[in-house]
Write a protein that binds this ligand. Structure first.
Ligand SMILES: Cc1cc2nc3c(=O)[nH]c(=O)nc-3n(C[C@H](O)[C@H](O)[C@H](O)COP(=O)(O)O)c2cc1C
Length: 169
């Protein structure tokens, strides 16, 4: 078996990042490079490759949806991360049937069954080589404490492991 690439040593969650174009056509991609960068107000940063359709959509309409996957959503993440919206209407695929819903404050749709849904308005753009960091201000948030997060590590999906207690002071 080949050695993992250095970047695969990082363990991440997976965001089903939604966006749309000026005509309202929506798209979705898997985005592991997603993190909160401000608590109050909540701001979320997503790193997106410049060639992705999502990049063009967010640049144009300045809105995006963050949908953090639960541990039952690995197949959705894998599909959304494997093909481009330039070739396939991903949200029309049967795997998304019945779980796409309208956002309250932004045009891109949101995905149900996730750990966290955050509707974002683009606030800052930082170009980092072939990737762009899109920082969004949250305008609507829905958390689902009943479900567990999906993780991505060394090219594989994982659930939450066992709890490791903090050492006694
Ligand atoms: C689990 C997973 C995580 C991914 N994370 C990222 C990411 O953080 N940033 C990125 O630009 N692409 C990421 N990708 C690749 C994109 O999802 C992929 O290139 C996708 O086809 C782009 O779709 P689009 O062209 O419809 O926007 C990831 C793929 C997978 C499977």
């Amino acid at each position: 078996m080949s050695e993992p690439k250095i970047y695969q040593y990082f363990a991440t969650t997976v965001n089903l990042l939604t966006s749309c174009n000026d005509e309202g056509k929506a798209n979705i991609m898997a985005c592991e490079w997603t993190m909160n960068v401000s608590f109050e107000p909540l701001k979320v940063m997503c790193l997106v490759h410049i060639d992705n359709l999502t990049h063009a959509y967010i640049t144009s309409t300045r809105e995006f949806g963050v949908n953090l996957c639960s541990d039952t959503q690995a197949s959705l993440a894998n599909f959304a991360g494997d093909v481009s919206g330039r070739d396939v209407d991903k949200l029309a695929d049967t795997c998304f049937a019945g779980i796409v819903y309208s956002a309250t404050r932004i045009k891109p749709p949101m995905i149900s069954g996730c750990l966290l849904n955050v509707e974002c308005i683009l606030e800052e753009v930082l170009e980092i080589g072939e990737y762009t960091a899109f920082v969004g201000l949250s305008v609507a948030i829905h958390a689902n404490p009943q479900v567990q997060p999906l993780f991505y590590h060394r090219g594989k999906y994982f659930g939450l492991g066992s709890h490791i207690a903090k050492p006694a002071p």
